[in-house]
Design a protein around this ligand. Structure first.
Ligand code: PRP
Ligand code: URA
Length: 215
């Protein structure tokens, strides 16, 4: 895990397994079923790294030999919050690591002309202010959707927020970081730029369509 250009709170997860799987994701010949599986696996690998700072506490456990104090994750359970639709594909990978995590949902779609996000749904697990919140979306393009999702969570009391994406454009990282400098941003791969339709280059196309087999 590497700090992006020494930017505080922005990390690129340049592990070989993550990079290899992202290359397979990009391939236009990767079909829906393999694409979905890769998104899940990458989310799990990224989650392992991004959750390495979860708070711990020592608890008493009786082994078959003796009683000891041993570390466990402290505090309220994690909240995983996918941005619909494509973020849904990342949930199961993180849930495999933390099966007791609660799941919230934020529904946003990008206007095809303005590329600005529009909200259609928001439901978060309570008490949201006491949870570590991991917002997931495979794509950080202009950053509008991610910035708005984090706005909603903060308006509802969320404080400790991480954002995890598989592919990011520099434009999106800049916008999200400027809007929310306090959150941690975890990126699988930082791509070159956006094209005229605000798609990430080289990217992987439309993540939602490739996960759900639409279009
Ligand atoms: C995609 C993607 C992000 C958003 C990124 O979703 O999953 O949510 O675009 O773009 P941005 O950074 O410019 O906001 P989309 O709006 O296409 O909806 P979908 O997941 O339902 O396909
Ligand atoms: N949303 C996607 O799914 N892909 C992009 O490249 C940009 C936004």
């Amino acid at each position: 895990m590497e700090n992006l250009n020494n930017m505080e709170n922005v990390f690129v997860l340049n592990h070989p397994l993550i990079q290899h799987k992202i290359s397979l994701l990009r391939d236009e010949n990767t079909g829906t079923s393999e694409f979905r599986k890769l998104i899940e696996e990458i989310a799990m690998l990224m989650g392992y790294e991004a959750l390495s700072d979860l708070p711990m506490e020592d608890v008493e456990v009786k082994t078959p030999i003796e009683t000891c104090m041993t570390p466990m994750i402290a505090g309220k359970k994690l909240a995983i919050v996918p941005i619909l639709r494509a973020g849904l594909g990342m949930v199961s990978g993180i849930q495999a690591l933390v099966p007791t995590a609660k799941i919230g949902h934020i529904g946003l779609y990008r206007d095809p002309v303005t590329h600005e996000p529009h909200e259609y749904y928001c439901k978060l697990p309570e008490p949201i202010e006491q949870r570590t919140i991991v917002v997931v979306d495979p794509m950080l393009a202009t950053g509008g959707s991610a910035a708005e999702a984090v706005d909603f969570i903060k308006q509802r009391g969320g404080v400790n927020i991480k954002f995890m994406c598989i592919i990011a454009a520099p434009e999106g990282v800049k916008r999200l970081r400027e809007a929310h400098p306090d959150i941690q941003i975890y990126i699988g791969h930082l791509d070159r730029c956006l094209n005229d339709h605000a798609y990430i280059c080289p990217g992987l196309g439309d993540a939602g369509d490739r996960i759900f087999g639409t279009k």
